[in-house]
Write a new protein. Sequence first.
Length: 214
Amino acid sequence: MVHTPAAPKTDRFHPRSPQSRPPNPDPPMPTPSIIMLMGLRASGKTTIGQRLATQLGRLFIDLDLLTAAQLGETTAGAALLRYGEKDFRLAEFDVLFNLLKPVFFPIVIDQPFVLALGGGTPTAPGAADFLRSARESGKVFIIYLATDEPTLTARLTADSTLRPSLTGRSTTDEVAALLIARNPLYRDLADLVIDAGSGTPAEIAERLHTQIPR
């Protein structure tokens, strides 16, 4: 009689070898605590920002209004007329610094918000580097509302809100000059660039809503 040795027992679970395991997908980006809207005046930062904040269930903050209040005025235009651009930008950066201080600490921001920057906020001394550092924290997401020159000029021409010229030029010439000067900086600072020259504010806010990490 020939004795055949029994086959060795094997586990019913066969783990894959490390080489055969699929790579782990990249973890999803956490939802930023602060969504910033950036762009020239009349690009729609306030109007679109308010709608986006409503869609996200967040507080909306207008940096221009906070800066004006800090300077004892009710509008940014009045504050610029009274103090001039240099002092206005210094006050604006001070308000921005206090708003963003929490992003540099390992804490959870209790009340996330949408923030509309002023058109010239990134040009204030130290502001661009400060915004870059805030973005690198992962708690801030910056959106540039890119708008073409004819659209901006048409909106500003139709706008009766008092706002002094920053260059002493006509509306058309000032828009062209500011767009040339600021567009590269806006694009460098932005996590997302979106065309804000076409579509209604509600439509643009909806497009943003679908593209923000969450």
